[in-house]
Design a protein around this ligand. Structure first.
Ligand code: SAM
Length: 217
């Protein structure tokens, strides 16, 4: 296989942005971030030909880089402002982390598989992101020292919304999380109003499981 040129990759990236726009993503900031971030550097070399397809791809350790449409939809639902700090649970390849880092002031990201976190750290360092803090561990417990967060994104599927994450969500904050069974779930936007969660359904999804004390055991 011939390695695609930078021009070809840039064209494929712009075609992906157009596809996401047609699928209903409207936020110019989210679309600009996706148009900027080189997703081909976040996938395994053997998956390079599909790096700009709107689909998840394996990243090793039984995990996946999420589908770009779901990354865009989740990020749009967080309605980030440049002053926000965000908690992400499930760093994976670091692609979604990079999207958040483009739109927010600071990103705190937790991954339970050390090797994935180390690879993501190296990738984001090389790409010049300086507003991301990484932690290896169980993200279902959040990042209590940095709470409250105006935005929290969970990129693995939980049986229910972890109590710790709800507690660490700021008043009027937004939490996006897939909740459901092992293989099929629904993506929810949870807003904290008067200390209570208010749920808005986004779409059906299929994520890898959130494994931890307040996730799947
Ligand atoms: N957003 C990522 C990306 O763009 O590559 C994809 C994330 S992948 C769908 C879900 C990730 O959540 C996996 O890397 C998995 O190891 C991680 N994970 C699962 N349970 C976790 C937990 N309790 N704490 C932190 N990470 C967890």
């Amino acid at each position: 296989m011939r390695w695609p040129t930078e021009e070809e990759l840039a064209r494929l990236r712009q075609e992906l942005v157009e596809e996401l726009r047609q699928k209903g993503i409207t936020s110019p900031r989210v679309l600009a971030a996706i148009g900027k971030i080189p997703r081909h550097l976040f996938v395994l070399p053997e998956h390079l030909p599909w790096a700009y397809d709107d689909r998840p791809l394996p990243i090793g350790f039984g995990q996946t880089i999420s589908q770009p449409y779901i990354v865009a939809l989740s990020t749009e639902a967080l309605a980030l402002s440049p002053a926000d700090k965000v908690l992400e649970v499930g760093t994976g390849s670091g692609y979604q982390t990079a999207v958040l880092a483009e739109l927010a002031k600071e990103v705190f990201t937790v991954e339970r598989i050390p090797e994935l976190s180390w690879e993501a750290q190296e990738r984001l360092r090389r790409l010049g992101y300086e507003n991301v803090r990484f932690r290896v561990g169980d993200g279902t417990k959040g990042w209590p020292e940095e709470a409250p967060f105006p935005a929290i994104l969970v990129t693995a599927a939980a049986p229910r919304v972890p109590k710790s994450l709800l507690e660490q969500l700021a008043e009027d904050g937004r939490l996006v999380i897939p909740v459901g069974g092992r293989f099929q779930q629904d993506l929810w936007l949870v807003r904290k109003r008067g200390g209570k969660p208010v749920y808005e359904h986004l779409c059906p999804v299929s994520f890898v499981p959130l494994i931890g004390e307040e996730g799947w055991r």
